[in-house]
Design a protein around this ligand. Structure first.
Ligand SMILES: [Zn+2]
Length: 124
């Protein structure tokens, strides 16, 4: 079966390793943060124009990356837009730990959907 995970609004990668819905983040802070730190892109424009939907997703990797950069740069609390009490399952918690230690990175490979040329002959 061919399945496609919805794309993260920030990095536009599939949200296969988990994501939060826009409704879970502080939109005002996200807008201010985007204005300060994002280069011009469609997401930033849509945020500014309030065209982002509650169900749009931001992947864990973008959140962890931002969280990390915020710590390193002593980012003002008024810009910490991601959920502060995010409850991760064991696998995501492990992934976060490895990501922050630099042992894991976001990675995905697009696979081509193939059509079978003909059905396999059934055994007799
Ligand atoms: Zn992302």
């Amino acid at each position: 079966m061919f399945r496609v995970k919805p794309l993260c609004r920030l990095c536009e990668c599939p949200t296969a390793d988990g994501a939060v819905r826009i409704v879970q983040v502080d939109r005002e802070k996200l807008r201010t943060w985007a204005d300060n730190f994002l280069r011009s892109n469609a997401f930033k424009t849509e945020l500014m124009e309030k065209q982002v939907e509650d169900d749009d997703l931001i992947c864990y990797f973008c959140i962890w990356q931002t969280e990390f950069l915020a710590q390193v740069n002593n980012l003002d609390e008024s810009l910490t837009w991601w959920p502060q009490n995010l409850e991760l399952d064991r696998v995501s918690e492990e992934l976060r730990k490895h990501f922050l230690e630099g042992n894991a990175d976001q990675c995905w490979v697009p696979l081509e959907k193939i059509q079978p040329l003909h059905a396999f002959p059934t055994e007799q």
